[in-house]
Design a protein around this ligand. Structure first.
Ligand code: ATP
Ligand code: MG
Length: 649
């Protein structure tokens, strides 16, 4: 971006304070900010003490080999013990850990005592298959409880898991197996999706051909479909099912690698991000406790992400289970068999804490307010959002139609690389502004700088940086430490800042608004304009459900703004709409932000984790061949969009 600050700032005046009763009973109160500010490392020690350690650390942070941090140096612990056994030892073995809901409607409740047995059996079975400390295990699994069991079993024996999202292709799986050198692949015969079944084993088989490091493939039976059976294959129920339920967890050093996870690939080739044990679990656990305000005895928590993404790692497996939560895990899609499926699940399990993504919220808004209105959502007391900037209007829709106009909404900013939440409101403290992630959490430090690394003043935008190390920070990129330094640490090497790759602004109060990826920021007639802000302005127009904006090359202005817009169901594309939308953006932000061209489209290109891939839209807007679409969820989408355009072929 140019040095011209992001000056066209969308205005938002609405404020939402926490309900008084919520604030009075909150897990974390306002004094946490001052406490962490006064003694940051001491504050993190206190959070680490929420876990059970076999050996206490001798030093909180060793930053002498930056950018590779060591947290809780010399401490030892077992992650699986912390997520499972200790709850049973504390007398909570009968508490449900996971309410599993299958897409066809089958369900299963697993208590902490049962989870302890299953994880112990899986740990014994993995050991019998020759897996030990430091070995890599690829997990290519649907959203079923065995996936969490497999991850915890790896953690229990010190093996490093690499979870690969089940909708990825055999090629994507094989390249991740090869990159990590995985010895074992854990998969399933299949899963239920949109009323049918997917034969996951067939994809796994294809990936394993030529994946030389794989010695065994452990297969969970989920659908009972016929599957091909090879020499390396063993059934989960034959091995794990037959293994003993006694297993003594070993304590591992705080810096033992816990997992490798590849980023979503929104901007390019995925990076194998490495996370370790003590610092990661400390922050995953603390943020889940603080930001969701979990009361383990009474709350029912549901994170709708897939376990294949970092959100699933930190907020389906490690965060909630370390806190002894009761959580829902759902196998299928939000519209099978009907568009009210999520709300039916909230009603059935009396979900009180819900964590989902802006892409889903905008989709629900598009489907119509009448759908959630048919269900009893009164159990909900807090709503969370993650994955992309949430447009203020989507935030308002979420709080009103799902949260019954009473729940706090927490917009949580973080990344695969940060391991856990970094910037978020505290639900019992923060007076939230719709569309703002507000402030770094107590213990976290972030700022906004210009391209030379100077901190911008309130009321200005720039680049988001993290200026102090945090416990769950990535320790590297698997097999490519130089890429880790180049990608995140070289841009502001002099200042020692971590460069997140996202744009942000600080409003007049110093609260943070995420403005999308730095690569997406547009430069129009010398002004930096954020795609997020123009999209939010479009989404605030009543008939618009979703929008994606790109800057296309322009001879006179440098870049011109091109908007792709999806209308709400039942809304017609009229000749007046184009002018009305342009005028609306000009009014909300300023004439400079007015799109030159608006295209009404049926869909937007998204990654498999639901994020808009603007670089593909930019290819369309600049009328050239569309680039790499391998991380796209649905490749037919680009054809639908191109068919709508007059000039593109
Ligand atoms: P890649 O790095 O491979 O391009 P990715 O960045 O999409 O993929 P993730 O680590 O899953 O992979 O996503 C993190 C990114 O998601 C953040 O850098 C940010 O751009 C976006 N993001 C996540 N949460 C929020 C949020 N609450 N507000 C704004 N943006 C968010
Ligand atoms: Mg990223």
């Amino acid at each position: 971006m140019s040095n011209e600050a992001l000056s066209n700032l969308l205005h938002e005046e609405r404020r939402f304070a926490p309900p008084a009763a919520f604030a009075a009973a909150a897990n974390v109160t306002a004094d946490a900010y001052a406490e962490a500010e006064a003694d940051r490392l001491g504050y993190w020690e206190k959070q680490a003490d929420r876990l059970s350690w076999d050996t206490k650390w001798s030093e909180v942070l060793d930053w002498s080999e930056k950018p590779v941090a060591k947290w809780f140096v010399g401490g030892t612990l077992n992650v699986a013990y912390n997520c499972v056994d200790r709850h049973v030892e504390a007398g909570n073995g009968d508490r449900v850990a996971i309410h599993f809901e299958g897409e066809p409607g089958d369900s299963r409740a697993i208590t902490y005592a049962e989870l302890k047995d299953e994880v112990s059996q899986a740990a014994n079975a993995l050991t019998a298959l020759g897996i030990g400390k430091g070995d890599r295990v690829a997990i290519y699994m649907p959203m079923i409880p065995e996936t969490a069991v497999a991850m915890l079993a790896c953690a229990r024996i010190g093996a490093v898991h690499s979870v690969v999202f089940a909708a990825f292709s055999p090629d994507a799986l094989r390249s991740r197996i090869d990159d990590a050198g995985a010895k074992l692949l854990i998969t399933a015969d299949g899963y239920h999706r949109r009323g049918g079944t997917v034969n996951l084993k067939a994809n796994a088989d294809e990936a394993v051909v030529g994946a030389e490091t794989i010695e065994h493939v452990l297969v969970v039976k989920r659908t009972g479909a016929d599957v091909a059976w090879g020499e390396k294959d063993v059934w989960w129920h034959d091995t794990v099912g037959a293994a003993g339920t006694e297993h003594t967890p070993e304590a591992f050093d705080s810096e033992t690698p816990l997992f490798i996870l590849y980023t979503s690939g929104t901007t390019g080739k995925p990076k194998g991000i490495v996370h370790t044990t003590g610092g990661y679990l400390t922050q995953a656990s603390y943020t889940h406790h603080a930001v969701f305000d979990l009361k383990p005895e009474t709350d029912v928590y549901w994170c709708t992400a897939d376990v294949g993404w970092v959100t699933g790692h930190s907020y389906i497996v490690y965060g909630p289970l370390s806190n002894g939560a009761t959580e829902v895990m759902y196998e299928g899609t939000p519209d099978t068999p009907h568009q009210g499926r999520f709300w039916e699940i909230v009603q059935k399990y009396k979900v009180s804490l819900l964590y989902t993504a802006p892409t889903a919220i905008r989709m629900f808004a598009k489907w119509g307010d009448d759908i959630p209105a048919k269900f009893d959502l009164s159990s909900l007391r807090l709503l969370g959002s993650v994955g992309e900037p949430i447009n203020p209007e989507a935030w308002i829709w979420y709080r009103k139609n799902i949260g019954g106009e009473r729940t706090p909404v927490v917009d949580t900013w973080w990344q695969t690389e940060t391991g856990a939440m970094m910037i978020s409101p505290l639900p019992g403290v923060t007076e939230a502004k719709p569309g703002s992630a507000m402030r770094p959490l107590p213990g976290i430090s972030a700022n906004v700088v210009d391209k030379d690394g100077n901190i911008v003043e309130n009321g200005h935008g720039g680049l988001l940086v993290l200026d102090k190390p945090w416990p769950s920070m990535a320790r590297g990129i698997w097999g490519d430490q130089q890429r880790f330094i180049d990608t995140y640490w070289s841009r502001f090497a002099e200042q020692g800042y971590y460069f997140a790759g996202d744009g942000a602004k600080k409003d007049e109060d110093g609260d943070l608004w995420l403005l999308g990826r730095v690569d997406d920021i547009m430069l129009v007639s010398g002004h930096n304009i954020s795609t997020t802000e123009v999209e939010s302005a479009l989404v605030s127009y009543p008939s618009v459900a979703e929008a994606a904006v790109v800057g296309a090359k322009d001879e006179t202005t440098g870049q011109r703004i091109v908007a792709f817009v999806i209308l709400r169901s039942g809304q017609e594309e009229t000749p007046e709409l184009d002018a009305a939308l342009k005028a609306h953006v000009a009014k909300e932000i300023g004439p400079i932000a007015k799109p030159k061209q608006i295209q009404i489209v049926p869909e937007l290109p998204k990654t498999r984790s639901g994020k808009i891939m603007r670089r593909l839209l930019k290819d369309v807007a600049e009328d050239r061949a569309v680039g790499d679409t391998t991380t796209l969820a649905d490749s037919a989408v680009m054809d639908l969009i191109k068919a709508k355009l007059p000039h593109a072929g």
